[in-house]
Design a protein around this ligand. Sequence first.
Ligand SMILES: Nc1ncnc2c1ncn2[C@@H]1O[C@H](COP(=O)(O)OP(=O)(O)OP(=O)(O)O)[C@@H](O)[C@H]1O
Length: 327
Amino acid sequence: MTTIALPDSRTGTPPAISAVGLRKAYGDKVVLNGVDLHIPEGTVFALLGPNGAGKTTTVEILSTLVPADGGQARVAGCDLVREAPGVRDAIGVTGQFAAVDQLLTAEENLLLMADLEHLPRAEGRRRAAALLDRFELTEAARKPVSTFSGGMRRKLDLAMTLVGDPRIIFLDEPTTGLDPRSRRTMWEIIRGLVVEQGVTVFLTTQYLEEADQLADRIAVLDRGRIVAEGTAEELKRLIPGGHIRLTFPDAAQLDTAAQRFAGSVRDDEELSLRIASDGGIATLRAVLDVLDAERLRAESLTQHTPDLDDVFLTLTGRSDSPKDSSR
Ligand SMILES: Nc1ncnc2c1ncn2[C@@H]1O[C@H](COP(=O)(O)OP(=O)(O)OP(=O)(O)O)[C@@H](O)[C@H]1O
């Protein structure tokens, strides 16, 4: 297992979520096989994994929907088993088990939620109106949800989670099935929650790009175990294969450059040169210095940093990597 131990920059603050050795099996099938988590308050954590990796099961356990077979966890300072009501008070869950009633309007759904949260009538109305406005659903507020697009439903689902003003939000695959534009809107909303309200977000996703875009830290879940954990940058650094690609206006310049950069790989058709790079500034500067010294006029310079797809392949050695939403 490749686990990067990261220093907790917020020492002293209890983590929003912590877990040690979570285990769960359904019959013979081991779904979680010892999962450890440490998620500081006010951060976004992404659990990344392919279909069936155990992401939803992790969310179900941490939100007290199903019991774990083994291990311990605390959410919002409360023990998952002994203080389950405290956990439920602090969290909101949005996901595959969506609570939206198709026959009601968006506004009615939100007011129903406010009732369930025992909010006074006026406060419920105020919160519902504020959420409809924030998620740009005011115009559609009085229409039945059955007429909503997928993106609108996801927004309403998240809005319903927010009625109770949770400190910790679980988002189980929040953008699966959404078009790229709706996906970006959801990302903006999620970022806003963290920046403006300081909530902690626990996100599961199959999309590499989503984890990269949103998460402070990412854990890669594979067959019930976390096989790597760190920031997107840290995970990418585990993977060899970064390079700088230069293109030249003519073959003579390509020749000179190829001689000067030992170990580089040239492509005569494209008049390009690939130079191995760790992605650091020093390497880039050294390349530019050589170009200057030789009076070479490169037409373009691009830096390739390995993406999380490469990370997953390297960590698991298999090609059934999570989806890349950019494709
Ligand atoms: N209630 C259940 N009874 C039996 N098996 C279950 C149950 N819930 C989940 N599983 C099995 O556990 C495994 C992990 O499921 P889980 O839903 O946690 O994965 P996931 O990573 O969220 O994948 P997906 O993206 O498909 O939801 C799957 O093989 C699934 O069939």
